[in-house]
Write a protein that binds this ligand. Structure first.
Ligand SMILES: [Cu+2]
Ligand SMILES: [Zn+2]
Length: 195
């Protein structure tokens, strides 16, 4: 009978020891999971900045422009109103300064790689700000989406970083050949890209 009691006690002790071990293991597993979740959050971190465009050169052209960086790619989405129907040029210019009434305070096209003005993607070269043309409907509204892995939002590479630059919409059409800016006419809407 005594032997039986001892066995029962030792079984109880063993059980409680195992239970402690199991708890410890469970804690370690949950800590590991937390670390993994943190790493995943960093990997899928999405940078997003949004701006309102202001009319320039006595136009009524307003709009919203959003830049989102995800998986090494920046996507610009924009909506505009108050345009004349038809095609208009849109570029990134070199300075986030829309103070001048005609938008000239933004300087020339953003061109950190010292290439000629041109159509985005062509072999002869193009400015990193040469987004191109978009079309406004009969009511003067337009939407546009543009994606590239040649831009970043606030990274250390100045050939990629769009922060500190400006978005400019033009009255005219970019002909993709005239230097240095495609002969796109007046600057009718502007925003600085400020983080
Ligand atoms: Cu321009
Ligand atoms: Zn250009």
């Amino acid at each position: 009978m005594k032997l039986l009691k001892i066995t029962a006690l030792s079984l109880l002790l063993m059980a409680s020891y195992n239970c402690k071990e199991a708890k410890k293991e469970a804690k370690e597993v949950s800590e590991e999971m937390e670390e993994t979740m943190e790493e995943m959050k960093e990997e899928v971190s999405v940078e997003k900045i949004a701006f309102s465009m202001e009319p320039k050169s006595d136009s009524n052209v307003a709009g919203e422009v959003t830049f989102t960086e995800e998986n090494g790619k920046v996507t610009m989405t924009a909506t505009f109103s108050g345009l004349t129907p038809g095609e208009h040029a849109i570029h990134i210019h070199e300075k986030a300064d829309c103070s001048a009434a005609d938008g000239t305070s933004t300087g020339g096209h953003w061109n950190p790689t010292a290439e000629p003005h041109g159509k985005w993607g062509i072999e002869a070269g193009y400015h990193r700000g040469d987004i191109g043309n978009f079309t406004a409907d009969a009511d003067g509204n337009a939407t546009l989406e543009f994606s590239t892995d040649l831009w970043c939002i606030g990274c250390d590479d100045e050939t990629m970083n769009i922060v500190g630059k400006a978005v400019i919409v033009h009255q005219g059409v970019d002909d993709f050949t005239s230097q240095p800016s495609g002969a796109a006419g007046a600057r009718i809407s502007c925003t600085g890209i400020i983080q």
